[in-house]
Ligand binder design. Structure first.
Ligand code: DC
Length: 252
């Protein structure tokens, strides 16, 4: 199945509150937010597989816009041009393999570079960019139960999500995990550089004025420092069971 930004234009025309009221009987939204390297992607993917939900990595959407901006040589302080790009970008996420398409081109690997992460953090601080990408993210969960991960899913994208989790870990551990991840994809990162990159990105993501990274008041905080993937997964599945009817939307 594919999701295409173009296909959602009709959806956007309907007021958001109306859509949610109609859909709330069936769908379950699990929102996972937190800083880089907290384990969001790995865990969100595993939890989605266990529950048979769609996994949606919203960071990939911001990364795709950032990649396009860099390729076109757009100045990352040009807010107007960045907003325009975000509106025009055709971004598709495929299920299964989890490929990311930008204007029809597979950019799954290209958006994983460190310079793209940094650029995505800058691009995502532009209010017009966030506005342009909001409907796209909401549309991805229109027909399906989802595990969606990012920075503002529980606060802005789906404040009515049935399950909200804020994943975190100590900075040194997050940097270690990110360095390992990069090694696995054939890169040779320097742990010190990875740590300082993560730090500056997190600061920017937490301090921006529009939809900053912050724990939603009703989110569960999970510190994954020193925990195995299996342990965290078990905690998350327990939270899902507690807040839904065994992974299904609870009756209202
Ligand atoms: O999850 P990630 O590290 O791939 O995200 C890259 C950047 O995109 C991150 O530094 C901030 C931004 N982002 C965001 O602002 N909101 C989201 N929901 C997801 C990512």
């Amino acid at each position: 199945m594919q999701y295409s930004g173009r296909g959602w234009l009709g959806w956007v025309a309907m007021p958001y509150s109306t859509k949610i009221a109609r859909m709330s009987d069936k769908r379950v939204i699990i929102a996972i937010d937190g800083p880089a390297g907290a384990g969001k992607s790995t865990l969100a993917k595993r939890v989605a597989e266990k529950l048979g939900y769609l996994y949606i990595n919203t960071g990939a959407i911001y990364r795709a816009v950032a990649l396009w901006a860099l390729r076109l040589g757009v100045d990352l302080s040009d807010m107007h041009r960045l907003e325009q790009l975000a509106k025009e970008a055709r971004i598709e996420l495929t299920t299964g393999e989890g490929r990311v398409l930008l204007n029809g081109e597979d950019v799954t690997e290209a958006i994983r570079e460190a310079r793209i992460a940094e650029a995505a953090s800058k691009v995502s601080a532009v209010p017009g960019v966030r506005r342009a990408l909001l409907a796209l993210q909401r549309g991805m969960a229109e027909k399906n139960s989802v595990v969606m991960e990012g920075r503002d899913i529980g606060t802005v994208v789906f404040p009515e999500a049935q399950v909200k989790i804020f994943l975190d870990a100590e900075p040194a551990e997050r940097a270690r995990r990110r360095a390992l991840e990069l090694q696995e994809t054939g890169r040779a990162p320097d742990e010190q550089t990875v740590a300082s990159d993560l730090k500056s990105r997190d600061q920017r993501d937490r301090q921006r004025s529009e939809a900053p990274l912050v724990q939603a008041a009703d989110a569960e905080f999970v510190d994954t420092t020193g925990m195995s993937l299996e342990e965290v997964e078990e905690i998350l599945l327990r939270l899902v069971r507690a807040r839904t009817s065994n992974g299904r939307a609870a009756a209202h």
